[in-house]
Design a protein around this ligand. Structure first.
Ligand SMILES: Nc1ncnc2c1ncn2[C@@H]1O[C@H](COP(=O)(O)OP(=O)(O)OP(=O)(O)O)[C@@H](O)[C@H]1O
Length: 251
């Protein structure tokens, strides 16, 4: 399907707190069907960027459009996106299935599609304790519920903050397969993680944030060759090199 706008477009997006410039004017364009890896050291500004793009916090300056909609139109943007934060918002007293049914209703998933989508994802992620209370779940099981509830309304743009955190290798692989399938269907995925091999494997584009600035934005291979570590290096080596060398000038 042809799209008239990028899936994500930001222009000098900035967020200041009284003592910190968390994000220092980020300009970015991400096409539909892209898996975009958002990388950066602790405190670089990744979460703040995701929170602005998901309408959870307002920028101090600059603009952003998600799925063609200005982020000021919060309700419309929220209906088009899915966001899996590091600690997914789930109710311990519900069962996994009840939690998913609750979110499906909140998200206006058509009643005829609810059960089928929930069952499909529960099976795909081997979540066979769906009828037990979430309070009994491991971190990985909670993460699976978090992912499913992020995707139930079939959002066009999905933001995932450390999605494989707490997952065993099998579950992490299942999640990666889901991410790749979504992208193949033109969904755009923003993936923030410190697990660089996952980004290296999945991402079409990588943005490296350092001290609130994008210090690199390119395909993973280009990032590696730009880091100048001669071809055999991992994205991790390139990341360490870029974030060591490129201290943006004081503004
Ligand atoms: N609500 C807030 N009030 C004040 N400062 C904040 C707030 N949120 C974030 N910051 C600051 O903004 C900067 C960027 O933080 P952010 O959480 O976006 O980084 P991050 O890249 O997500 O880091 P991490 O990898 O550790 O999660 C940090 O210096 C942080 O202390």
């Amino acid at each position: 399907m042809a799209h008239e706008t990028p899936a994500i477009e930001t222009n000098n997006l900035r967020k200041e707190y009284p003592d910190t410039v968390a994000v220092n004017g980020i300009s970015l364009s991400v096409d539909y069907g892209t898996i975009f890896g958002l990388l950066g050291p602790n405190g670089a500004g990744k979460t703040t960027t995701m929170r602005m793009l998901t309408t959870l916090t307002q920028p101090t300056a600059g603009t952003a459009r998600i799925d063609g909609i200005a982020i000021e139109q919060q309700e419309t943007v929220r209906s088009r996106i899915g966001f899996l934060p590091e600690n997914p918002p789930i109710h311990d007293e519900l069962s996994g299935r009840e939690q998913l049914e609750y979110v499906a209703k909140l998200r206006d998933v058509p009643p005829t599609a609810r059960e089928e989508r929930i069952e499909t994802y529960l099976n795909r992620l081997d979540l066979d304790a769906a009828d037990s209370r979430i309070s009994t779940y491991s971190k990985g099981m909670r993460q699976k519920i978090g992912l499913i509830q992020t995707l139930l309304h079939e959002p066009n743009v999905v933001f995932l903050d450390e999605p494989t955190s707490g997952l065993d290798p099998r579950a992490a692989k299942q999640m990666q397969e889901i991410i790749e399938e979504l992208a193949a269907e033109e969904t755009t995925i923003v993936l923030s993680t410190h697990i660089l091999p996952v980004v290296d494997k999945l991402a079409d584009r990588v943005g490296v944030v350092h001290d609130g600035d994008f210090v690199a934005e390119a395909a993973p291979d280009e990032i590696k060759s730009r880091a100048g570590t001669e071809g055999n290096e991992s994205l991790e080596d390139a990341f360490l090199s870029i974030t060591r060398d490129s201290r943006p000038p004081a503004k």
